[in-house]
Ligand binder design. Structure first.
Ligand code: SF4
Length: 85
């Protein structure tokens, strides 16, 4: 793991958080989603239903406050269409 220093202080963790590098990323596999609507009901800040009848992520980098609900939605999806990394 690399480290980044500014004026002798290790700012690596701060910088990664600021740039969103260490945020949980989420995707919906559009070929697998059956459009049941469960994930936006669990995590409305992360998922939304669109006109194609499928769930889409609002932003692929999940805000820290929404990580738990995104993971809950992943675990609740009946067809395992949600992937978090
Ligand atoms: S829970 Fe799964 S199947 Fe249901 S809308 Fe979300 S991604 Fe699609």
């Amino acid at each position: 793991m690399f480290k980044i220093y500014l004026c002798g202080k290790n700012i690596t963790t701060w910088l990664l958080k600021y740039k969103g590098v260490d945020k949980v990323k989420v995707k919906v596999d559009q070929d697998v989603c059956i459009g049941c609507g469960l994930c936006p009901s669990i995590a409305p800040e992360v998922f939304e239903m669109r006109d194609d009848g499928k769930a889409h992520v609002i932003s692929d980098a999940v805000p820290e406050d929404d990580e738990d609900s995104a993971k809950e939605a992943e675990g609740s999806c009946p067809v395992n269409a949600i992937i978090t990394e």
